[in-house]
Write a protein that binds this ligand. Structure first.
Ligand SMILES: [Zn+2]
Length: 225
């Protein structure tokens, strides 16, 4: 009965690649390659940063599928990319574990989506590691913020200035672990900067940030390869 239902649903909703629409696969080899490319190591101000994909329409479809539709296939692709970035950034670093801190969404956004995309993504990354990588969702949005889409870098910075707070539990959770911020997209870097400010204000400065993809618009200005 179940297999008949699955066959029926495939007839009604044919499987297609999330990124490019290729038939009969949820993710085609070409789109899979977007997320398994070697991480690009960079810096945001003085903070080490790594990401895998450049922001482009195929990449955007994966981000939206994970964020807005809750697609596990898309989330898994992003987590694969983020895990490679984390491995690359932390290779050779002497620390007792990693605490992944997701860039937070406003509570109203989480309610409207029906899921905390950032938290689910960070958990999916930690599942690719052992107990040495844990998730600490201790950043929160403490005042209403506008959707960053369509804002220029200075408007984004003003929109998020002082908008995050870090839970003081973080100091207890941190121990001797390294704090690494996680997000799906870096555009101007405003969210990571605000996250770093809030974390540093409670005595827990991040050692790095990882993003699944980065906007090419700001690569030459913001990121020094
Ligand atoms: Zn594809």
């Amino acid at each position: 009965m179940l297999s008949e239902l699955r066959s029926l649903s495939k007839l009604i909703f044919p499987v297609a690649c999330i990124g490019c629409g290729a038939a009969q696969v949820e993710i085609c080899p070409s789109c899979s390659g977007l997320w398994s490319a070697p991480p690009i190591l960079s810096r945001l101000d003085s903070l080490p940063l790594a990401f895998t994909a450049r922001y482009q329409p195929r990449v955007q479809r994966f981000i939206l599928a994970a964020k807005e539709d809750g697609s596990k296939v898309a989330r898994s692709a992003l987590a694969h990319s983020l895990s490679a970035s984390l491995r690359t950034l932390m290779a050779g670093k002497r620390c007792e574990g990693v605490l992944l801190v997701p860039i937070p969404s406003h509570r109203a956004t989480i309610r409207a989506r029906g899921r905390d995309h950032g938290l689910l993504l960070a958990r999916a990354v930690s599942q690719n590691f052992g107990t040495e990588v844990d998730v600490a969702p201790l950043l929160g949005v403490i005042r209403p913020v506008a959707d960053q889409t369509g804002l220029n870098p200075s408007q984004r910075a003003a929109n998020l200035a002082g908008a995050f707070s870090a839970d003081s539990q973080l100091i207890r959770r941190k121990g001797r672990a390294a704090i690494v911020m996680v997000d799906d997209v870096i555009t101007s870097g405003t969210s990571f900067r605000e996250g770093a400010r809030a974390l540093t204000s409670v005595g827990c400065p991040p050692v790095a940030a990882i993003s699944a993809c980065a906007s090419a618009r700001f690569l030459p200005i913001r990121l020094h390869l």
